[in-house]
Design a protein around this ligand. Structure first.
Ligand code: UDX
Length: 455
């Protein structure tokens, strides 16, 4: 919304939330403490805030005054009832629709920005039509394709903007209104209009295809390690085919983030609902390979450390699901730490943007979901530490694992790090960002995803 405000000075954008603290943080004079860390965001907010961009708790007033309302609330995976662990929880979306319906006295365009399973717009439309004030609503789907860490750049220069609407005169007019807003900075040929369901489905499918590429290359990384090929060379060779392309072919500890797993699970659930079990199984495979990759990495650490990590200190570089973000949702770090803590390891983490409290919360949520007792949880959490530098992680560590590809990790003083670690000093590079010849020349025993070890 901040980018819309920045690019369209004639439009007033009001962002509302029920969370008082969050709104206060968006309004705080110090732009370094915005609720989300995202390169370039502070500048965009700083330029538009209090001119045509406002953050407010006055939800009803904002609803009444708006011509267009974007719903951008969270749609987490359900953790209860039917579809638990797979389907999207639409509670917040429904609450928004009900509130708009109750409060609005004039006609509105309602845009679903949250990623939703197909046909949710229809449900929103039905709720809105119950308006006691007789207001008319047109629901559009306008999914967001930005990636975290590059969100602002992605929004300024999107590959495409997708807008789905009904093929009725009112629907077409509403689509055109939204097209005109984006056309302020996005070339018209990049603005794709479709029917509502195609738009909703395209978002799920885009994420599923992207995640599928990572799982494809990660599956091949296992084969490379077993056979002596180098996954980076394979990815380069394969990606040179312009029909395949070279993006999203970087083998890793496994993908994380708030979207890929959630959206694929949604897709799988949707297919199951329609009795398309083979299609559901096909996409489930992308998740299974991702789980396999995370387990494989944790197993490699354990096996290499002479089959036991009990009482050993393992340093983690990074906890976020990728660099340049403080987001940790579904980060591979959580699952790798889980497995190693279960085996009795002590884990010391350095992440430039993630607090110990966040890491603890991530693990606690996972363990509570699994039904573990408070005693078990506290016992394991006591072995998770956060330290304030990449080097400090390594003091007396038996192994160092690179989990997130923060740039700062590439420029460390590895000679000093080597002297601080227990010997043999093992490095497990889950992101393929370190110079392994250099590490080996210092004396490290270094492993990287997708490359056979030379021992
Ligand atoms: C993704 C989509 O890219 C975006 O279009 C959509 O709107 C939201 O979901 P995001 O989750 O922010 O964005 O990050 P992305 O850059 O896609 O990375 C997702 C995960 O895949 C990260 O854990 C990343 O480290 C991993 N990844 C990505 C790889 O392991 N290898 C790659 O080649 C690319």
């Amino acid at each position: 919304m901040a980018v819309i405000a920045r690019q369209c000075p004639d439009i007033t954008v009001t962002v509302v939330d029920i969370n008082e603290q969050r709104i206060a943080a968006w309004n705080a004079p110090n732009l370094d403490n915005l609720p989300i860390y995202e390169p370039g965001l502070a500048e965009v907010v700083g330029r538009a805030r209090d001119k045509n961009l406002f953050f407010s708790l006055k939800i009803d007033k904002a609803i009444q005054e708006a011509d267009i309302i974007f719903i951008a609330v969270n749609t987490p995976t359900k953790n209860y009832g039917k579809g638990k662990g797979m389907a999207a929880d639409l509670t917040y979306v429904e609450q928004c629709a009900r509130r708009i319906s109750e409060v609005a006295t004039t006609d509105k365009i309602v845009v679903e920005k949250s990623t939703l399973p197909v046909r949710t717009a229809e449900a929103i439309q039905t709720i809105l039509e119950q308006s006691p004030h007789g207001a008319q609503f047109e629901v559009l789907s306008n999914p967001e394709f930005l990636a975290e860490g590059t969100a602002i750049a992605d929004l300024f220069k999107s590959d495409r903007v997708l807008i789905g609407g009904r093929s009725t005169p009112n629907g077409e007019q509403a689509v055109q209104t939204l097209v005109d807003i984006y056309a302020n900075w996005i070339p018209r040929e990049k603005i794709v209009t479709t029917n509502v369901w195609s738009s909703e489905l395209s978002k799920l499918v885009s994420n599923a295809f992207l995640a599928q590429r990572i799982s494809s290359i990660n599956s091949i990384s296992a084969l490379c390690e077993a056979t002596g090929a180098d996954v980076e060379e394979v990815a380069t060779a394969v990606g040179k085919d312009s029909r395949i392309g070279n993006k999203f072919l970087k083998a890793s500890v496994g993908f994380g983030g708030s979207c890929f797993q959630k959206d694929i699970l949604n897709l799988v659930y949707l297919c199951q609902q329609y009795g398309l079990d083979e299609v559901a199984d096909y996409w489930q495979g992308v998740i299974s390979i991702n789980d396999y990759q995370k387990n494989r990495f944790a197993n490699l650490i354990q096996q290499t450390l002479f089959n036991t990590v009990n009482g050993k200190k393992i340093g983690f570089w990074g906890w976020a699901f990728k660099k340049d973000t403080n987001d940790t949702r579904e980060s591979a770090a959580i699952y790798i730490a889980d497995q190693l803590l279960e085996e009795g390891a002590e884990i010391f983490v350095y992440d430039p943007k993630v607090s110990l409290a966040r890491m603890q919360m991530d693990l606690q949520t996972l363990w509570e979901y699994r039904g573990e007792t408070e005693k078990e949880i506290n016992g394991k959490l006591a072995k998770l530490y956060s330290v304030d530098s990449a080097e400090a992680v390594c003091t007396k560590a038996h192994a160092l694992a690179v989990i997130t590809e923060w740039d700062v990790f590439q420029t460390q003083d590895f000679e000093t790090i080597y002297t601080k670690m227990e010997k043999p000093a093992f490095v497990f590079d889950g992101r393929k960002i370190l110079n392994h010849n250099h590490l080996q020349s210092i004396g490290f025993t270094a492993y990287e995803i997708g490359k056979a070890s030379e021992d």
